[in-house]
Ligand binder design. Structure first.
Ligand code: ADP
Ligand code: NI
Length: 214
């Protein structure tokens, strides 16, 4: 496999995310790349497609780059510069388009490669790292940590989910606790189980402290 293009893609994302502190940073992408590789090896998926899609999955993210989001201009430009075939570019762009959580409108990717990347991205939203990212996101979007009066809403569709302003604790119920059951691969399901248990313990400790029980 061509290591040069992967190394170039790592450099490209390092530059793209250098000023982002909202949870969509370079290290998120690097973790997704490593986890997607680990899952792809277990699932016998094409490593080249998985690794490129993982590395490029957030470069045209709507929050980071609204003007290039629709056509994934940054990802496409990178891939064309590296002489990737138009067919493979389409496969990679389809994977990137399918990856995001959209409440009840979330999609199971068509290809095994897409399923590996989606699982890796979702695994990075849960567990110890997921907790840190949720509070970093909440802080950077001026969300409050918790308000017992604001109840979580589950089973939202894409539109409701995107337009909701909720607390960060509610985000655990509105998205993070749903991810385990949405994992596509058995490899990711196993990792998700352990990470979800950890988050559940964390939330239960949090709520006990909130209520003055501990
Ligand atoms: P993804 O990489 O899955 O597309 P998002 O862009 O939805 O992730 O979010 C980036 C990170 O911020 C994730 O860890 C996610 O759980 C967290 N996050 C997204 N929305 C919220 C929210 N409303 N409150 C707290 N954390 C959030
Ligand atoms: Ni991501």
């Amino acid at each position: 496999m061509d290591k040069t293009i992967i190394n170039d893609a790592v450099e490209f994302v390092r530059n793209t995310f250098k000023d982002d502190h909202s949870g969509h940073d370079y290290f998120h992408t690097l973790r997704v790349y490593k986890m997607a590789t680990r899952i792809a090896e277990q699932e016998n998926a094409s490593l080249m497609i998985v690794q490129l899609a993982a590395l490029l999955h957030d470069v045209d993210d709507i929050k980071l780059s609204p003007e290039t989001h629709a056509n994934k201009d940054r990802a496409v430009a990178f891939l064309r510069e590296h002489s990737i075939s138009e067919a493979m570019i389409k496969t990679i762009c389809d994977i990137i388009g399918e990856v995001s959580f959209r409440g009840t409108d979330s999609i199971m990717p068509k290809t095994i490669e897409g399923r590996c990347v989606q699982d890796a991205d979702r695994l990075d939203a849960i567990g110890a790292i997921g907790i840190a990212r949720a509070f970093a996101y909440g802080g950077s979007h001026n969300r409050i940590i918790h308000d017992p009066e604001i109840k979580p809403t589950v089973n939202m569709n894409a539109n409701e989910y995107q337009n909701r302003t909720s607390t960060t604790i509610n985000h655990f119920y509105e998205k993070l606790f749903q991810l385990r059951d949405l994992m596509n691969t058995t490899t990711a399901k196993k990792i998700a189980e352990q990470r979800e248990d950890y988050m559940k313990n964390y939330i239960s400790e949090f709520l006990d402290e909130w209520d003055g029980i501990r």
